[in-house]
Design a protein around this ligand. Structure first.
Ligand code: SAM
Length: 304
């Protein structure tokens, strides 16, 4: 962080490196929290452009202005593809907004959220109430603090939908092994018949290879795999997601069913028209993505 003057206004600047050649410099109006938990550096700041924002290890996780675009796009395609999810597991999702979106589905009876970082979740609970909107106190919600990989290895419970809302696989951070083939196999084995999993899959602009490799990896484990994307202004990029299904293909869910579910949910971003756009991929991107053939494994994990 640095203090510099712009047009006579003295502001604090927070530099987020998007690639070795590009950075997003956020003008900070108020630094709400900046410190280290056991697992990561946490910065919560009020930015001039995007309102309150959460940064982990220097990377924006979500902002007040557009967090709903990311969280609605992460959660609802998997829930709608499943059709009637009763038990949902979320791995990661510190801010509580993924849990908030999951709980909007009336079919949900039990929603388990496991995050490795209890201190971070407590900070989000305190400083980002607009994200969780009380979701942590919903009687259907259960919060567990442990490594998601360990939980998947140890639990005997099965779920209808599993949502991976993890930090990007940046070398040395706790999410790296949760983007591997072996991990997705364990996730698959914790799904009920017809189960669906979805993972956030990084930036299509800045981590094109990572997006492609995550898709290849999910596709090597699930009979149905689909990749999709949405533009998130504060990320300056289309953001990627990859869905794996043991049952329905998201592209074969009847249009009327999608429309009636979305109408009921009354979301801020995803209406039937935006939903259709999610899965569209322009030719230049399909071509670029097809260059990458690798799969992420425990012995050779994808690392940014
Ligand atoms: N929206 C995000 C993005 O753009 O990358 C991800 C959101 S969320 C803040 C990421 C969460 O994943 C954090 O709360 C972090 O503590 C959690 N996390 C990372 N590694 C984990 C692991 N191995 N097990 C459980 N949670 C993990």
């Amino acid at each position: 962080m640095s203090a510099e003057s712009y047009h006579g206004m003295s502001v604090l600047w927070y530099t987020e490196w998007l690639s070795p050649h590009e950075a997003h410099v956020h003008g900070i109006l108020e630094l709400v929290f900046d410190g280290h938990t056991k697992y990561q550096r946490v910065t919560i700041a009020r930015t001039g452009s995007f309102g309150l924002a959460l940064f982990l290890d220097g990377f924006a996780q979500s902002t007040e202005y557009d967090e709903f675009i990311y969280h609605e796009s992460l959660v609802h395609p998997a829930m709608i593809t499943h059709g009637n999810p009763r038990k949902v597991l979320m791995i990661g999702g510190g801010e509580g907004a993924t849990l908030r979106e999951v709980l909007k589905h009336e079919s949900v009876e039990r929603a388990v959220m496991v995050d490795i970082d209890e201190e971070l979740v407590n900070l989000c609970r305190k400083h980002l109430p607009e994200w969780h909107k009380g979701a942590f106190d919903d009687p259907r919600a259960e919060l567990v603090f442990m490594d998601g990989k360990k939980l998947i290895e140890e639990t005997k419970e099965k779920f209808d939908v599993i949502i991976l809302d993890l930090t990007d696989p940046v070398k040395g951070t706790p999410g790296v092994l949760l983007y591997t083939k072996e991990f997705y196999e364990e996730v698959r084995d914790r799904l009920n018949p017809g189960g669906v999993m979805v993972t956030q899959a990084t930036s299509l602009r800045y981590y094109e290879r990572a997006f492609a490799v995550i898709y290849n990896t999910v596709a090597s484990v699930f009979p149905v795999a689909r990749r999709y994307r949405v533009f998130v202004p504060s990320f300056y990029s289309d953001w990627g997601f990859v869905l794996g299904s043991l049952g329905r293909d998201p592209l074969e869910v009847p249009r009327e069913e999608i429309e009636s579910k979305l109408t009921k949910l009354q979301l801020r971003y995803l209406d039937p028209e935006q939903y259709r756009f999610l899965f569209a991929m322009p030719r230049y991107l399909t071509e670029r993505l097809s260059k990458y053939k690798e799969v992420s494994t425990l012995s050779n994990p994808l690392e940014l």
